[in-house]
Design a protein around this ligand. Structure first.
Ligand code: PMT
Length: 407
């Protein structure tokens, strides 16, 4: 294998250049959706809004028109020339229909193929993906009629982003809140990703570990968790069932990923051994501390004017342990944080730890390795090595999945 041609680092949104047809219905949560439009247009995603009559009781079409920069469509019988065949043309010009917020009434209408207004007619005539974000009072959501409609919608191939729980506008607590934008965004992105990891259970480790010295101090490293979180996010977008075991990081847990937080290498080992039992792919991107202080001091160590020595004890090598107890059918991938001889060190680790792939990244360059948005990795496996160009960690992660799928 040879080095890939470099290109400028693309950290653009996967939705860039796409067009979202946003259907807004009559829920108080309509005001939140206005903020979503800004998030999309900021990523060069086109947004065209269509509203039900009830939606206009909550937020004026002027608001959506101003935010989207496009005509807002409301009435199917609107005489204006550009709106005459809107119920047919609108979905032709879009890549995805996003119904948010989706009221119980609109879900009922869509579940039964009704076409009594512009929004429902557009959906019925559409041949593009439809994503539905329910928002309503908890009792309405849990009512059997609504639950049946939700199931019917999923059976019709519509993608439903589950509502969140918490304080509702009506003052009650419970499920029914409009899903957070991050989850909806991930759902939209996944529609345009190859679903080539569907059915795979993938275990990923990320971030540093912290090895305590006393109640105040610990040994750690500069890992931010960005590489591991990018691997988790991209695997979930490609349809995998993802378990992420993360050391202490300042990143929000990725959506649609089961995240387990750990602190020390020993805790990480325990969770990894447990979760690895039924994993199809394991990728260990975490910067696990090789050593921990031999003697943990229960009291804060006080200064006494003298120099101090810290006795260190080696931590178990989790990757090597997995390599020793390989399970048939499970692809095992390690990372290598190197400052030189990248390919040679990677090949040594490949053999020594008995893994299928080592992802080598340079930790001296200011644009690769620890705590930066980009990385440049060399993929080393039994058939050779492939040097990737400098890419965002998200694009690097996608290239790593592409390569793993060839193993
Ligand atoms: O988190 P970021 O800020 O985005 O930075 C990303 C990263 C640089 C941390 C990541 O890309 C990376 O290189 N992770 C591996 C860092 C590391 O510990 O490399 P290593 O060469 O010391 O370890 C080799 C492999 O053994 C790694 O897969 C590591 O997870 C594993 N290991 C190491 C020590 C140990 N006790 N147990 C392990 O399983």
């Amino acid at each position: 294998m040879s080095a890939d041609k470099g290109h400028s680092v693309s950290t653009t949104s996967p939705l860039r250049g796409k067009n979202v047809l946003l259907g807004v219905t009559g829920s108080i949560a309509a005001f939140k959706v206005a903020g979503w439009i800004h998030a999309l247009t900021a990523q060069s995603v086109g947004v065209t809004v269509m509203m039900t009559g009830a939606a206009e009781r909550f937020v004026s079409s002027l608001t959506f028109g101003a935010l989207s920069g496009n005509t807002v469509y409301r009435d199917m019988f609107d005489e204006e020339p550009e709106k005459l065949m809107a119920h047919i043309t609108l979905s032709r010009e879009a890549d995805v229909i996003l119904i948010a917020p989706a009221t119980a009434h609109t879900m009922a209408r869509l579940a039964h193929g009704m076409a009594d207004d512009l929004l429902s007619t557009v959906v019925l005539a559409a041949k593009i993906p439809v994503v539905i974000c329910p928002a309503m009072n908890t009792n309405m959501l849990s009512h059997p009629a609504t639950r049946q409609n939700l199931e019917r919608l999923q059976g019709l191939g519509y993608q439903v982003v589950p509502p969140d729980s918490g304080n509702l506008a009506c003052g009650e607590e419970g499920a029914g809140r409009l899903p957070e934008w991050e989850g909806v965004y991930e759902k939209l992105v996944s529609l345009f990703c190859p679903q080539d990891l569907v059915g795979k259970k993938i275990l990923i480790t990320a971030g540093p570990t912290r090895e305590p010295l006393d109640p105040v101090r610990f040994l750690s490293n500069r890992s931010s968790g960005k590489m591991g979180h990018a691997l988790a996010r991209t695997a979930a977008r490609r349809g995998a069932e993802v378990v992420l075991i993360s050391g202490p990081v300042a990143l929000a847990a990725p959506c649609f990923v089961t995240t387990l937080q750990v602190t020390t290498a020993l805790e990480m080992r325990e969770h990894v051994l447990q979760q690895s039992r039924d994993a199809d792919i394991i990728v260990k991107a975490a910067a696990v501390a090789d050593f921990r202080p031999k003697n943990y001091q229960k009291q804060k160590i006080k200064k006494n004017g003298e120099n101090r020595q810290i006795a260190l004890k080696e931590n178990p090598d989790i990757l090597a342990e997995l390599g020793k107890n390989r399970r048939a059918g499970c692809v095992l991938v390690g990372f290598a944080a190197e400052s030189r001889n990248h390919e040679k060190e990677g090949r040594n680790k490949l053999k020594r730890k008995n893994v299928d792939l080592i992802v080598v990244n340079d930790i001296l360059s200011p644009t690769t390795g620890f705590d930066v948005e980009t990385n440049q990795v060399t993929l080393v496996d039994k058939s050779g090595s492939l040097q990737l160009p400098l890419l965002s960690k998200v694009d690097t992660a996608n290239r790593i999945w592409d390569h793993i799928l060839t193993l």
